[in-house]
Design a protein around this ligand. Structure first.
Ligand code: ADP
Ligand code: MG
Length: 238
């Protein structure tokens, strides 16, 4: 059943149409990857789902609810950025629990959620460290931990691994897929990396110049690309 539905979603910046009448449905629990070349609109599309940008036209529903008048904090989503966006003066534990502490969540619940996230992400030994004392991969785990404690129904990732070296990227891909399995949440993952798309996605959405070129499973797209752009982008045999 469709959990996230986009109908004719468009976004203009000034006179430039950056997202052009996109129709897309995402099922509950699906791992969907938006892939395409730099500047094609991946981040903008994700930010529209997150409510960090306002749509110029079209409609978006999540779990059957129209999101037009729902702000970002109330969409049941959590976003993980490439830049991690951690607070440098706070420990790992403080970074992960910051949102809950601001919202005055009960101490016991904060402790529970922190320990669950720390366990899932293997952060237990690092909880008292500051971001500067962490590797890039560890920082990205903290950023994911901060998302997990919000119990989102939809996780949004914007090129979360592009600052990491190849070995760490490989390790974190497996980690994110393990989390997806464990949590069962819907995940939308943006990357310009074909390998990431092919190895992680249940469903790939190939974007080009603000439009969808093709949607399908990695195997579908690889074996039956609709056009030359998709074939060349994904390195298909034809
Ligand atoms: P991607 O994430 O695929 O690299 P983006 O969604 O960041 O692409 O950008 C798509 C297009 O929209 C680009 O041409 C970019 O320059 C433009 N763009 C993105 N954000 C803004 C903004 N806030 N103001 C004006 N143009 C923007
Ligand atoms: Mg981007």
């Amino acid at each position: 059943m469709a959990y996230v539905t986009l109908e004719k979603v468009s976004k203009d910046f000034g006179k430039t149409r950056v997202i052009d009448a996109i129709d897309l449905t995402i099922d509950n629990g699906e791992f969907v990857v938006f892939v395409g070349p730099s500047g094609c609109g991946k981040s903008t599309l994700l930010r529209l789902v997150a409510g960090l940008e306002t749509m110029t036209g079209g409609s978006l529903t999540i779990d059957g609810v129209n999101m037009t008048d729902v702000d970002s904090a109330n969409r049941g989503i959590a976003m993980v950025f490439q830049s991690y966006a951690l607070y440098p003066h706070m420990t790992v534990a403080e970074n992960i629990t910051f949102g809950m502490r601001m919202a005055k969540v009960a101490k016991a619940e904060i402790a529970d959620k922190l320990s669950r996230a720390a366990r899932m992400l293997h952060l237990e030994p690092l909880l008292d460290r500051k971001p500067a004392q962490l590797s890039g991969g560890q920082r990205q785990r903290v950023a994911i931990g901060r998302a997990i404690v919000r119990d989102p129904s939809v996780f949004l990732f914007d090129e979360p691994l592009s600052n990491l070296d190849a070995a760490l990227r490989h390790e974190m891909r497996i980690e994110i897929l393990r989390l997806h399995k464990e949590l069962g949440s819907t995940m939308i993952y943006v990357t310009h990396d074909q390998v990431e798309a092919m190895t992680m996605a249940d469903k790939i959405v190939v974007l080009n110049r603000g439009q969808i070129e093709q949607v399908g499973s990695p195997l579908d797209l690889y074996l039956n690309p609709d056009n030359l752009f998709v074939a060349q982008f994904l390195g298909s045999p034809k």
